[in-house]
Design a protein around this ligand. Sequence first.
Ligand SMILES: Nc1ncnc2c1ncn2[C@@H]1O[C@H](COP(=O)(O)OP(=O)(O)O)[C@@H](O)[C@H]1O
Ligand SMILES: [Mg+2]
Length: 268
Amino acid sequence: MLETVSQASDFIVINDIDVTYGEGEDEVLAVKGASMTISEGEFVAVVGPSGCGKSTILKVVSGLHRVSRGSAKVEGEEVVRPTKICGMAFQNATLLPWRTALDNVLLSLEISPATEAQFRGRKAEFREMALEILALVGLKDFASKYPWELSGGMQQRVSLSRALIHKPRMLLLDEPFGALDAFTREDLWNVLQKLWFELRPTVILVTHDLREAVYLADTVYVFSPRPGRVLSRTPIDIPRPRSLETTFEPGFQDLVNGLRTQIQRPAS
Ligand SMILES: Nc1ncnc2c1ncn2[C@@H]1O[C@H](COP(=O)(O)OP(=O)(O)O)[C@@H](O)[C@H]1O
Ligand SMILES: [Mg+2]
């Protein structure tokens, strides 16, 4: 079992949690005895076979689902309700089709409890913030385009911008690039690396892609098939910034292969 030693810089501490869904005969044990300790500003990737509880970990950390045993703390406080300090993005960009890229990014300020009341009064300032982040993801000239005018990769850039516009301290990403082709995905790795450098949120990235995990993360957790347990925690000591050349280096490939040997397939 991995030991959990609490330190001042620990931002997210998950200690020996079980997570279940349903009740009685329908009860499903999704995660069993998992522990993770994540520092402020750390970039963590979670990998493991389908159904092993990766998305469940994000739900626990964001307060959308409670643990049934153990504890999950953010900044020393037990997570008991949906947290306001996190931005999220998913495999589908889920943009509103009738809103431009800019207005999709602004949406998160419009509906966030922290900024909702000020939205009208500070609209010009918020607009500047949205344009700034769209420029950071390379969409400066696409702010007035509608989702259907954007490629899948561009839509995902808008989705990342929307997740980060309010400069959340925590960014939770659930297979955000899973639906993109390999080349677009690699472009997005660089976009995400840049965003993380600029804004330094604590990131948990759930991904199926081991190269993506090694490219982006400081630490990679491998989960077992359901019920998800932490099989290993691998620090990635490759210098940053990482580039596509990095992926051809033997050290990179060794890390990817090392992770691959740990992934267990669920019995089928
Ligand atoms: N709302 C739910 N009700 C019942 N079972 C669920 C629910 N959400 C997830 N599960 C089950 O919990 C397990 C873990 O789910 P999930 O965290 O989504 O896995 P992953 O993201 O690793 O694919 C899966 O077997 C899934 O079927
Ligand atoms: Mg999932």
